[in-house]
Design a protein around this ligand. Structure first.
Ligand code: ADP
Ligand code: MG
Length: 842
């Protein structure tokens, strides 16, 4: 048993912008306990005189300042916990702090760079590396990913759910057994046999979480997330299994309700989050007080799930994340206070060992059989039924291998069955006789004794019959194997054809060609093809299904998407990552080539050494005397061989690391793409709604003249649109790309443009023939898709059907006469083309 208080660490996030210094100081003297001092600035700027205490000091195990890298955080905080989990103890790491203080960054990692990966991916990597090194035990690893939102649990890895909203996912519920152990119903466990599979599960969960949250309901900051690695280990032949769980917890933002300016849905959420964090605090207080018999775990789902982590059988670590800016001082102090209380809690971690019932049954069955045999031997009880053909064959095989075994210690183990023992003697005798006869017949082959002939033939005949039987059996086994192999090949073919169609889907996605999707398949296909196939399938179907991404977007939408993407802040990251990915791919390719070269060099060197040896021996034999070998040359060859082997090893390790990095980057990019797509869908839906609601219908096209509108209606139009700008719902949404807005304000008729990014898109290019202008104009007249079901939006566009009147009846005009006449001319031209097309097709 290991007794330990909960370890507390602090991590200060770098400020978003440059800020005044002196808000905090870190005293991190090697010999002293690290101490964080938060200094309240004495200023009157806030309109009140600061009469409060001037500084607060908090002690932590270690404090990581702004420049601490993810690697350092992992080494110091997570690695020791991972080690104890590998040893069989439960572990928990949880991040606590206000929204934006870096909890997700610390636990999961940043979404941009590989070096920003957080505790979860690094821990997975470390654990799988250790498991690979340790061949003395059999390990199994499972992953679960739970989200708790508004006191309800959701399984982020539920393979069945196609839900687009968190609330539609199946709920995870708590069950308590008679020993007061908590079980989670509806939380799926997924086996992960390597780092890659585990990483895929992490990204699957994160993407599900992202898809389920809507811009109105940014659940990620208001929900708790628990990523759990379940590790079981067993020594071969033993029935005792060790179980250890590692919870990696990203808690909801700890800010107070008053600050969030809440109302409606938000109030409900804030109530729940603050309530569950409040219950967490209550549990912590209860645990930190001596002689408290009742700990109120049951008050909230989170405390129930983390019951063992808090004051139970677990090694627990807390990371207080701090965003130490002036406006966050209150929250930072409250986070540190919470941590100080947490540090008082003592946990007692024990090894979780249990007997595996299945292994136990096998052991017991074996023991029963042995005892039965022994009993039969002792009591002399006779078994009457004859041995079966298979048993006889088995015995004969045993005898053959016993006779062939060179080991003098080897034994003929047939159990305590007298029938078997008798048969063994009988068979041995027969073998011995056969041998004798054979010898006789060869020695005196010329002196043929007529009466000896019959038995020999009889024996020979029997032997041949046995042999035939044996061969028949072998053939049967081989045929079965062949059948199995054939089935496997068919399955593999089936998989790869499914896979190819998936890849086609990926390629037909609205992302530009040239991303290394194709390379991905070739890179992944090497060692674990079937697993990778399923993972790939998972991921690409995830991209399509979960994001609501249409496999076939209408052309107009696709082009609008291209523009949206180009102007989105994340596109820089995606492009950067694409560049890095390309570099990594070429590096991996070059490495692969060098590895092959090194391998063939090693082969050549080995051949050369062997050739020399043979030459040497041949020379010695022919001359009948020993020649001293030329040591210089052989040593040179050997050291070259060693050098090549070393080079090969280094390159191989690098290639392995590259593979993990490439995989991670691909997942990051997939995630970014899903996010982009989701934001586009939301923007598109909103835009379409606005256009339908706010734009007066343009006259039927037959009456539409490619001339400017009357000045009155023009004015109405621009008033309408500009008033739209002032409406609160058109204020910049958090998901709206900043650059689009910037562009809008730069355009000549910015009043109008700022109100409608669609129009901004239309203005994006000044060349009327450019596809972006066409596409952007197609954006405007699109029907109104419901935000919940974006797929409906593409079905009504004019590109897919005949000439829908509806699409041309709600075209917004900009108020700019030149542009408006352009739009109308375009609509007219389009109408003409479509009519021609229809006539042609009729
Ligand atoms: P939380 O999960 O606590 O709400 P996040 O982890 O999402 O906060 O962090 C908010 C933002 O700050 C993110 O953009 C994240 O990338 C960034 N960030 C947080 N911590 C760090 C850090 N230590 N270094 C660099 N960026 C950070
Ligand atoms: Mg977060």
């Amino acid at each position: 048993m290991v007794k330990q208080t909960i370890q507390i660490f602090a991590r200060v996030k770098p400020p978003a912008r440059k800020q005044q210094s002196g808000i905090y100081s870190i005293d991190d003297d090697e010999n002293l306990t690290p101490c964080l001092e938060i200094i309240i600035p004495r200023d009157l700027a806030d309109g009140f005189v600061n009469n409060k205490r001037e500084s607060y000091k908090f002690i932590f195990q270690r404090i990581f300042d702004q420049d601490a890298k993810q690697e350092i955080i992992f080494e110091n905080i997570a690695k020791p916990v991972a080690e104890s989990v590998l040893a069989g103890y439960n572990g928990t790491i949880f991040a606590y702090g206000q929204t934006g203080s870096g909890k997700t960054f610390t636990i999961t990692g940043g979404a941009e760079r590989y070096s920003d990966r957080g505790i979860i991916p690094r821990t997975l990597s470390y654990i799988f590396e250790q498991l690979q090194k340790d061949s003395s035990k059999i390990y199994t690893t499972h992953i679960s990913y739970l989200e708790i939102y508004n006191e309800c649990g959701y399984d982020l890895l539920d393979p069945r759910h196609e839900a687009s909203r968190l609330e539609d996912l199946p709920k995870v519920t708590l069950l308590e057994d008679t020993d007061q152990n908590i079980h989670l119903k509806n939380l799926s466990l997924h086996q992960a046999t390597n780092e890659e599979e585990a990483l895929n599960l992490l990204f699957l969960g994160d993407t599900n979480r992202m898809i389920a949250e809507t811009p109105m309901n940014q659940a990620s900051t208001r929900s708790h997330c628990i990523f759990t690695i379940h590790l079981s280990s067993k020594e071969p032949g033993s029935a005792t299994v060790r179980h250890a769980k590692l919870h990696l917890v990203d808690l909801a933002g700890s800010e107070r309700v008053a600050k969030s300016g809440v109302g409606g849905q938000l109030l409900t959420e804030a109530k729940y989050i603050n309530l569950s964090l409040h219950y967490l605090e209550q549990v912590i207080i209860a645990l930190s007080e001596k002689n408290r018999s009742h700990i109120p775990y049951r008050n909230s789902m989170m405390t129930s799930v983390l019951r063992d982590s808090l004051g139970g059988n677990c090694m627990t670590t807390m990371i207080a994340t701090l965003s130490l800016e002036k406006r966050n001082i209150d929250e930072s102090i409250s986070t540190c206070r919470f941590a100080q209380r947490v540090a008082l809690i003592k946990n007692e971690a024990v090894l979780n060992e249990e007997i595996d019932p299945r292994s136990m049954i096998i052991c017991l069955q074996k023991e029963i059989q042995e005892l039965k045999d022994e009993l039969a031997l002792v009591t002399g009880e006779q078994r009457t039924e004859a041995l079966t053909e298979a048993e006889l064959l088995q015995l004969e095989k045993l005898i053959t291998s016993f006779l062939e075994d060179q080991d003098p210690q080897s034994r003929l183990e047939v159990g305590a069955d007298m029938r078997k023992i008798h048969h063994c003697f009988h068979h041995l005798k027969k073998l011995l006789n056969d041998k004798k006869i054979l010898r006789n017949s060869t020695v005196s082959s010329e002196i043929k004794e007529p009466d000896c002939q019959e038995p020999v033939r009889e024996e020979e005949y029997k032997k041949l019959r046995d042999l035939l039987k044996q061969r028949d059996n072998e053939i049967n086994i081989l045929v079965n194997m062949l059948k199995k192999e054939k089935k496997k090949t068919q399955d593999a073919l089936h998989f790869s054809s499914v896979d190819r169609s998936e890849i086609r889907l990926v390629q037909s996605s609205p992302f530009p060609p040239g991303n290394p999707e194709g390379q991905r398949t070739s890179l992944l296909s090497a060692p674990t093809q079937s697993q990778d196939c399923s993972m790939l399938r998972n991921r690409s179907s995830l991209l399509h299904k979960k994001s609501g991404m249409r496999e076939e977007m209408s052309l107009g939408r696709q082009e609008a998407f291209e523009i949206f993407k180009r102007d989105h802040a994340d596109s820089v990251t995606i492009d950067d990552n694409k560049q890095i990915l390309k570099q990594r791919f070429s590096e991996a390719k070059a490495l692969g080539e060098s590895i092959n070269e090194a391998r063939s060099k090693i082969g050549h060197l080995k051949e050369e050494i062997t050739r020399r040896h043979i030459q040497q021996v041949a020379l010695e034999v022919s001359e009948n005397m020993a020649f001293p070998s030329t040591p210089g040359q052989e040593d040179r060859l050997r050291s070259q061989l060693e050098e090549e082997k070393r080079r090969y090893k280094i390159m191989f390790t690098r290639l392995k690391a590259l593979k993990v990095e490439i995989e991670h980057l691909q997942l990051l990019m997939d995630k970014a793409k899903v996010k982009l797509q989701k934001e586009f869908e939301a923007w598109w839906a909103e835009e379409a709604t606005h256009l339908q609601v706010n734009s007066p219908a343009v006259n039927s096209l037959d009456h539409a003249k490619p001339s400017p509108q009357s000045s009155e209606s023009q004015q109405d139009q621009s008033q309408l649109l500009s008033s739209q700008r002032l409406a609160p719902e058109t204020a910049r949404k958090p998901w709206e790309p900043a650059t689009v807005l910037q562009r809008q304000t730069r355009t000549a008729c910015h009043l109008v443009a700022a109100s409608s990014p669609a129009v901004a898109l239309a203005r994006h290019s000044t060349d009327p023939a450019s596809p972006s202008v066409l596409s952007a104009r197609k954006v405007s007249p699109s029907p109104c898709p419901s935000p919940r079901s974006p797929e409906q939006s593409s079905t009504g566009t004019w590109l897919e059907g005949s000439i829908p009147e509806r699409t041309t009846s709600s075209v917004p005009l900009t108020g700019d006469s030149q542009t408006d006449s352009d739009i109308l001319a375009f609509l007219k031209a389009r109408q003409n083309i479509l009519q021609k097309k229809c006539l042609g097709s009729n």
